[in-house]
Design a protein around this ligand. Structure first.
Ligand SMILES: [Zn+2]
Length: 355
């Protein structure tokens, strides 16, 4: 399986931005390890300031694509009134080298979301510089998550997930966290008809190296958005639409201050993300391992994402097998539907041939 949508290099993003019928106010906030410019766009002139950044992890492109639709909407007659209340600072690709290479890490192999204290990377100092200069009232930290997550135990994938990051090891619900939780509660409330039992909440263990935790500890309400999976939508077009709705609900909530009607309990009622899913279960497989041959097994398969030219290839790999496997799958098939032979040589992580 191949996706042209998931690969979003700075070059491709530049072409997409050129489709806008207006000029964005753009500044260059720094250079990446490989000397690519990191751009930020200032949108609106209102008193309430929202800083958002996407593709801090270069292979998480769905939220960047959503930003394009949000920007277009904000400049339409419908969205324009929001810009009287809000000033946005939008960094679509904080990690342009990772975006080009389709990697989570930057070109030095560093996870930028574990660099908030040391600020060892130029991308980290660029973001911190904007945070210090712009003094946001809210931050949106935009990510994409793997297809392995369910939203609680209802047997549905987590198409969107959220987190109000902790500000300290005691997980104190500080004023900043309270606001972030209220805002997430208002966003998930707005999206409930679209995504029943398909929105999850991440574990809030405090990690001061994570940017969201660091900014929350600085007293700024920060919301982590994670674009997730739905059905067989490996292009993540449905998730992108949901991110657009979630971002707009967040901005409308902030602008109107209606999010203050939500409670911390609304946030706490969101089910936690569980690692319950695999991409594929293949039934009736004969599995050969070093310890023997096992007939009529169920094989759980996870897709590894690999950049292939200007696309992303999803490579099926062995995850686990059992007579009756206890995981959820986005798709279940019989061996004869996807394999030339129903027999495989198994080891964890080994790729398999399916059609
Ligand atoms: Zn991420």
């Amino acid at each position: 399986m191949i996706s042209k949508e998931r690969y979003l290099s700075p070059e491709k993003w530049g072409l997409i931005l050129n489709e806008l019928p207006f000029q964005l106010q753009t500044s260059i906030i720094g250079q990446s390890v490989l000397n690519q410019p990191i751009a930020a766009h200032r949108i609106g002139n209102g008193p309430v300031k929202v800083l958002m950044w996407s593709q801090m992890h270069g292979n998480e492109s769905t939220t960047t694509r959503a930003l394009f639709d949000v920007i277009k909407h904000l400049y339409s007659s419908d969205g324009n009134s929001l810009l009287e209340n809000l000033s946005l600072m939008v960094i679509p690709q904080l990690n342009p080298d990772g975006a080009a290479a389709y990697t989570r890490l930057n070109a030095n192999g560093i996870d930028l979301n574990r660099d908030a204290i040391v600020l060892s990377q130029p991308e980290s100092t660029a973001l911190k510089g904007v945070f210090d200069a712009f003094t946001p009232d809210f931050c949106f930290n935009l990510h994409g998550q793997r297809s392995i997550f369910s939203a609680g135990k209802k047997g549905k994938p987590a198409t969107l997930s959220f987190l109000s990051p902790a500000a300290d090891t005691a997980l104190t619900i500080t004023p900043a966290r309270t606001k972030a939780m209220q805002l997430i509660g208002s966003i998930t409330g707005a999206l409930q008809p679209d995504l029943p039992h398909q929105m999850g909440r991440y574990d809030d263990t405090f990690n001061p190296n994570c940017v969201g935790d660091s900014f929350t500890a600085h007293g700024v309400p920060t919301v982590l958005f994670e674009a997730g999976h739905h059905g067989l939508d490996y292009d993540r077009n449905f998730a992108k639409e949901m991110v657009v709705k979630a971002l707009m609900a967040g901005l409308i909530g902030i602008s109107s201050e209606k999010y203050l009607e939500n409670s911390v309990e609304d946030y706490q009622a969101i089910p936690e993300n569980e690692k319950d899913y695999v991409d594929l279960i293949i039934k009736n497989v004969t599995v050969e391992t070093d310890s023997g041959i096992f007939k009529n097994q169920e094989l759980a398969v996870i897709f590894q994402e690999v950049k292939k030219e200007k696309s992303v290839a999803f490579i099926p790999t062995c995850f686990a097998f059992a007579k009756k496997i206890n995981v959820l799958a986005h798709k279940t098939v019989r061996a004869d539907e996807v394999m030339n032979t129903n027999s495989i040589k198994y080891s964890p992580g080994k790729s398999i041939d399916i059609f």
